[in-house]
Design a protein around this ligand. Structure first.
Ligand SMILES: NC(=O)c1ccc[n+]([C@@H]2O[C@H](COP(=O)([O-])OP(=O)(O)OC[C@H]3O[C@@H](n4cnc5c(N)ncnc54)[C@H](O)[C@@H]3O)[C@@H](O)[C@H]2O)c1
Length: 274
């Protein structure tokens, strides 16, 4: 019970990794605030695996005012926050050109399979509208900033030596993934390093957990062929399960990791080495 009497906020807690992370903290005694844009999903996370004074709340992590309001409620209800997990993330957004990229990649693959020199190129940036770029950055990066800022304000107010964990992605290191997605995840690495220096003197630790392919609804949406090719490139021979990642997040947030800050903790089965 490493998190007895601890208050833990998990974003994107309605399914996938976020649900496993929230429920693992709860199993270890934490009161968990499960945040998701989908209230029913977050409520189900708490109903099927909450503990203590856990609760579910719906908001868009990219809505700064809503995040402020949530932390005012957390302050009033619990008086502190011990752990924040910035897990909510999306791979694509409206008008980001991703649909065109996928069909061009398929066409390029077919040309190469026939032994032809490809004449079709990925070119995601050419079709990416401002709206698509901002859509992904607003959730993956700005959302993490809004949550981190409010969590730090409350940690400082309540003199809590807390832990912040961002969920990044191996794609931030390998570059495999959409331009906006890779950029947003790589930015989290810079954010954790800067904040580790800034907040270390207050005893607040900031790290990234960096998963590789993980068996969640986000991953299931990419199709079996793509999944098979990813598994083929993983030395440990399988995707991570959400629980594998939740175990790492709970370790990084626990006192057992008291000397770890500003780090990228990679859990990808060996699919990419730093
Ligand atoms: N699945 C993978 O293979 C993989 C690999 C590396 C990193 N990641 C990262 O791990 C995290 C979790 O991924 P997952 O696979 O569990 O995703 P998922 O799509 O299965 O679940 C994401 C959850 O976040 C919620 N969400 C999305 N946008 C939101 C918003 N604006 N505000 C609040 N909630 C929002 C969704 O409703 C959903 O419940 C993401 O940051 C993702 O980028 C995933």
């Amino acid at each position: 019970m490493r998190f007895s009497n601890k208050v833990v906020v998990v974003t994107g807690a309605g399914q996938g990794m976020g649900r496993a992370i929230a429920q693992t903290f709860a199993k270890e005694g934490a009161s968990v605030i499960a945040v998701d844009i989908n209230l029913d999903a977050a409520t189900e996370t708490i109903a099927s695996g909450g503990a203590g004074k856990s609760m579910a709340r719906a908001l868009n992590v990219g809505d700064s005012a809503a995040v402020k309001k949530l932390f005012a409620e957390i302050d009033e209800t619990y008086g502190k926050v011990d752990v924040l997990v910035n897990n909510a993330g999306i791979g694509s957004s409206k008008n980001d050109g991703f649909d065109k990229l996928m069909s061009r990649l398929a066409e390029r693959g077919a040309q190469m399979a026939k032994g032809e020199a490809p004449t079709v190129y990925p070119d995601l940036i050419i079709d990416m509208e401002d709206e698509g770029w901002h859509g992904v950055l607003n959730v993956n990066l700005h959302g993490a900033f809004y949550f981190t800022r409010e969590a730090v304000r409350l940690m400082v107010k309540s003199s809590t030596k807390g832990a912040i964990v961002n969920i990044s992605s191996t794609s931030a290191m390998s570059g495999e993934g959409g331009l906006h997605y890779v950029t947003s995840k790589a930015a989290l690495h810079g954010m954790a390093k800067s904040l580790a220096r800034e907040l270390g003197p207050r005893g607040i630790r900031v790290n990234n957990v960096v998963p590789g392919p993980t068996n969640t609804p986000m991953m299931q949406s990419v199709g079996q062929d793509w999944i098979n090719s990813m598994i083929a490139a993983i030395p440990l021979g399988r995707m991570a399960e959400p629980q594998d990642i939740a175990n790492v997040v709970c370790f990084v947030a626990s006192d057992e990791a008291a000397m770890i800050t500003g780090q990228d903790i990679v859990a990808n089965g060996g699919s990419y080495f730093k």
